[in-house]
Design a protein around this ligand. Structure first.
Ligand SMILES: *Cc1c(COP(=O)(O)O)cnc(C)c1O
Length: 412
């Protein structure tokens, strides 16, 4: 170690003295596509060529038959739920460690989220816990591939077949993530992606739903659910919907940017995989920490990196660890979300809609501390550091050095 072991927070020399690498996410390719979109004289997806091209390119990359563009990742998940036939009083099993975008569509369908516990090292849903939460009301499993790391899909698909459940994959954080060599988003009935500005690729806001069944009717149903249940494809225009669906359309502006962004995806994910793997390599010998576990046959594209402090091995609190790491020049966040989703007010008050307990009161759903003990433990002990494709090898070396320095200082 070139730096003194005196922590920066105690007045020592800090490990990271140069800024993290940055870069331009949008360039002349995006500008060219945008200009072409404007020159079409329409920005409506159904009349223009940009959203269509974006989806064609995406389908080719993912080798899926059909996909539908949406206005957000949240919208993509809602559309998948709608297309899957999820309705009032159904139960959908999902992860308690996720973005609210996974949950919103379930509640807007007046269905009830049920939370399965997670694996302590991948932080992804544990198949045994999924199976234990199945009831006669269960209609779907909504898996979340957290931080670019694949869920254990083989047993999940097996459970879904056994109980005749739909599988929807939330791939918002998992572009080009692979499970046993196959891209996530292609295992379930539907794969949902987000192109919000904080994801691997951005169209400002936006989303994609893949329709993996290959069934044309399924595709038409999914397409319609993102567009007020108006039927625009596979039939003559029909604007007399027989059930409710939102307007979640993507515009040509987003489609145009998306075409150019997709071209960057492979490089960007490859770089994130390299950097995330390097972090694990650099930390895995420390018994005080538990690193983010990626199964050997899988490829993680690290939307972020999250490790955990092992109880009883450090004589500092997580707050102190985080503050010390910050002082060394490494920005970090305690956990990922402040608490498991079911301990947050909407679930504790069982109030999705103002002055109403609907739809929770349909099933007497109950959410309490201890429901998913591993997930609670993960969020209590985890520290997250960002990963970005523009980071240099030196950035990652210094991140490792800083984490090691803080760990060794506080080691028991
Ligand atoms: C970002 C995200 C979403 C929602 O995507 P938006 O485009 O922000 O609506 C859903 N699920 C997960 C896991 C996410 O990270």
């Amino acid at each position: 170690m070139t730096h003194s072991s005196r922590l920066a927070i105690h007045g020592g020399e800090k490990v990271k003295t140069t800024p993290f690498g940055t870069g331009k996410r949008f360039g002349s390719e995006e500008a060219k596509e945008l200009l072409e979109a404007l020159e079409q004289n329409t920005l409506f997806y159904h009349f223009g060529a940009k959203v269509k091209q974006f989806l064609t390119d995406f389908n080719e990359m993912y080798e899926v038959p059909y996909s539908v563009a949406t206005s957000s990742g949240t919208a993509a998940i809602h559309v998948a739920l709608g297309a899957a036939g999820i309705t009032v009083g159904d139960e959908v099993i999902t992860s308690p460690i996720t973005d609210y975008g996974s949950i919103i569509g379930i509640l807007y369908q007046n269905a009830i989220p049920v939370f399965a516990d997670v694996d302590p090292h991948s932080y992804n849903m544990d198949p045994a816990s999924i199976e234990a939460h199945i009831t006669p009301r269960t209609k779907a499993i909504l898996v979340v591939h957290l931080a670019g790391n694949a869920c254990d899909m083989d047993p999940i698909i097996e459970i879904a077949k056994k109980y005749n459940l739909k599988v929807i994959e939330d791939c918002a954080q998992a572009y080009l993530t692979k499970y046993k060599g196959q891209l996530v988003g292609t295992f379930g009935d539907y794969g949902c992606f987000s192109t919000n500005d904080f994801k691997h690729i951005s169209t400002g806001d936006g989303g994609i739903v893949t329709v993996n069944s290959g069934d044309k009717e399924d595709y038409y149903r999914t397409h319609a659910f993102a567009d007020k249940n108006y039927k625009r494809i596979g039939t003559s225009l029909d604007r007399t919907p027989s059930s409710l669906a939102p307007n979640y359309r993507m515009t040509e502006l987003q489609g145009a940017v998306g075409i150019a962004q997709l071209k960057r995806l492979e490089w960007l994910c490859g770089r994130r995989t390299e950097l995330g793997s390097a972090l694990t390599e650099g930390l895995k010998d420390l018994p005080q920490l538990s690193t983010m576990e990626v199964a050997p046959d899988n490829c993680c594209t690290y939307w972020f990196y999250m490790f955990r402090l092992v109880d009883g091995k450090l004589n500092c609190t997580r707050d102190e660890f985080g503050a010390a790491l910050d002082a060394e020049g490494i920005k970090n966040r305690l956990g990922y979300i402040p608490s498991v989703i079911y301990m947050q007010p909407m679930f504790q008050n069982k109030q999705a809609y103002l002055d109403s307990q609907f739809p929770f009161d349909l099933t007497g759903a109950d959410y309490k501390q201890g429901d998913c003990p591993v997930a609670e433990e993960v969020l209590r002990t985890a520290i997250q550091v960002p990963i970005n494709e523009f980071y240099t090898d030196q950035d990652i070396r210094e991140t490792i050095e800083a984490i090691r320095k803080v760990t060794l200082f506080y080691s028991k």
